[in-house]
Structure formats: structure tokens, C-alpha cells
Design a protein around this ligand. Structure first.
Ligand SMILES: [Mn+2]
Length: 307
């Protein structure tokens, strides 16, 4: 695709370089959160999701101060990693390796898919590093398909591929009959009540990883996704859920998957950027207030050479 700006950064010039993001200088070392582009797709339906990380970062039109949270989440240090390519089975192995390194470096990663097959790698990486782990899916679909387009590893099989890992699915409102048997073993909800959520979180591990398939949202809000499903969640419902999870659990990482940008229509990409920023804001809200991190103060001025 013309105009793509895939990074070819090497170790010396890549993540160790100072970057200017959201009007602030940040280095990988100083950052607590990372935005990680993962342009990876597994099916003909989801091919367009490869454009999402680039479009989300190009359309990162997000004000730095979050009025709802009462601080500027970028004060935690958010480092956008350069985009790289991931292909096939080796690509997914590489996603797992990259994710594992980020968890080991104690970064809070927000992975930008790609289709939701990326969660097979990122959730396993989280379990590799943190051990006990519950993967919470916000998703319109159950993603328990044994096979699709002749492949068993796709975004539609992510829950099945995670095997015995503890999962909690919220937003599920469309399912294939072949998935029903497997789903009876899983904890899954469409709308979830406060009481059901409280019980589900009591049974979950202390560490949780959240995978947001953007089709959890109503298509009126998020039409740019391969499998939109009516009667979806509002922005407040999704943010409210993440807020409740953050209050009870240690969220170790997150992904935003299945956004397939519509050329010339930037609102959905901007919303994904806002979602990523909000998740980071919710993750660090308590710590930022306790430690009195910069609260929307003067952003650091950019030097002559971006230093
Ligand atoms: Mn999904």
C-alpha cells in the first residue's frame, strides 16, 4: 500500500531512541506503558486489520488531559514502538517473544492489532511471565471455532487456541452452532450485571490480561470492523467494565484488535487511539494520584533536534 511507513529500525536506532509522542519526550527506558503495533492478520475477512496500527497512530488525535480521570495519562510515559511486520506462524511466535520481553521489562503494553489471533501470542506471553492469569475478552463473538478457511489459528479461534487458560468473555451475542458445546465449558456473558461481574472477578486470577475485539462496541460507534454485530456496547459500558476490572485486579496488558480502517473515514481509528489512551489512564490512575505524577502540567518543550 502506498505511503506506508513501516519502520526498519535496528536495535541501535529503535526502541532505545528518544521519541516525541503526545507533546512529550519519552524513551523506552523511562516509559511505563508501550503502544505496540501488530499488523498481523490470518483470514481473508481480516486482511484490512493490518492497516489499523498505522491508522490508529496517524490519527492519535487525543488530548493529553483526561477530565474523567483527573490527570494526564501520558505523564506515566507512553512509548510507541516502531511498526514491524509479522507473517504466518513465525510471525505469531515473534509477537509472543516481543510481548514476553515487554512484560519482563515491566512495561504495560497495549497491542494494536491486527486481527485477534494476536491474543493467542500476547496472552500466552503474559502467562509465561506472570503465571496465573485470567484473559478477559470484550468481544461480540465466542471465538471458539476449530477451523476457518482451513486454518485452526485465526482470530475466530483465539479462545479455543488458549486451551485450558482461564478466560472470561463479555459482550458475546453471536455464535456458530459448532461452538455451543465448547462454550458450555466457558464463562461467557453478553450483558453482564454488576453482581455477575463481581462473582466472575472473585473467581479470576489476580493478574488479568484484557483483549478488546472492537466489535464488542455497537456498529453505530465502530463500523470499521470485519464482523459488526448489532446491539453492542456503548463507550461508557466498555470503559465502565474496564474501570471495575482495574479496581479489583492487576491488569498486566491489553490489546485492541479487529479494527479494519475504512479509507477516508478516520473516526473509528481515532476512537481506538482514545480507547488505548483510556486503558493506560485507568491502569495507572491510582498510582498517578498516590505519587503525584505530573497533572497536566506544562509539557516538556521539544528541543531543536527533538531532544
Ligand atoms: Mn473476536
Amino acid at each position: 500500500m502506498a505511503g506506508r511507513t513501516r519502520s526498519t529500525a535496528t536495535k541501535d536506532e529503535g526502541i532505545f531512541r528518544k521519541t516525541f509522542f503526545m507533546n512529550r519526550n519519552v524513551t523506552f527506558e523511562e516509559s511505563r506503558a508501550c503502544v505496540v503495533p501488530v499488523p498481523y492478520a490470518t483470514t481473508s475477512y481480516t486482511e484490512g486489520t493490518r492497516d489499523a496500527p498505522e491508522q490508529i497512530l496517524l490519527n492519535w488525535n487525543v488530548e493529553d488531559y483526561d477530565l474523567e480521570l483527573g490527570y494526564a495519562p501520558c505523564s506515566v510515559g507512553i512509548y510507541p514502538l516502531p511498526e514491524r511486520e509479522y507473517e504466518g506462524a513465525e510471525g505469531l511466535d515473534l509477537v509472543r517473544k516481543v510481548a514476553k520481553e515487554l512484560f519482563k521489562f515491566k512495561k504495560f503494553p497495549v497491542f494494536l492489532g491486527g486481527d485477534q489471533a494476536i491474543t493467542i501470542a500476547t496472552a500466552k506471553a503474559a502467562a509465561d511471565v506472570f503465571g496465573d492469569m485470567t484473559v478477559i475478552f470484550l468481544d461480540a463473538h465466542s471465538d471458539m471455532k476449530a477451523e476457518f478457511e482451513g486454518k485452526n489459528v485465526t482470530g475466530m479461534s483465539v479462545v479455543k487456541q488458549l486451551g485450558d487458560m482461564d478466560t472470561l468473555q463479555i459482550g458475546v451475542r453471536n455464535i456458530g452452532s459448532e461452538e455451543l458445546d465448547d462454550m458450555s465449558e466457558k464463562e461467557a456473558f453478553n450483558r453482564i450485571t454488576d453482581k455477575e461481574l463481581a462473582t466472575a472477578l472473585s473467581n479470576a486470577s489476580r493478574n488479568v490480561y484484557i483483549s478488546i475485539d472492537v466489535d464488542v462496541f455497537d456498529p453505530s460507534l465502530m463500523p470499521a470492523t470485519p464482523m459488526p454485530e448489532p446491539d453492542g456496547y456503548t463507550w461508557s459500558e466498555v470503559i465502565g467494565l474496564i474501570r471495575k476490572i482495574a479496581a479489583r485486579k492487576n491488569i498486566v496488558g491489553c490489546d485492541i484488535a479487529e479494527h479494519s480502517p475504512i479509507p477516508g473515514f478516520t473516526a473509528p481509528s481515532i476512537m481506538c487511539a482514545q480507547l488505548a489512551y483510556k486503558v493506560i489512564g485507568l491502569k495507572f490512575e491510582k498510582e498517578a494520584k498516590e505519587k503525584g505524577w505530573e497533572n497536566g502540567a506544562e509539557p516538556k518543550k521539544r528541543g531543536k533536534n527533538g531532544d
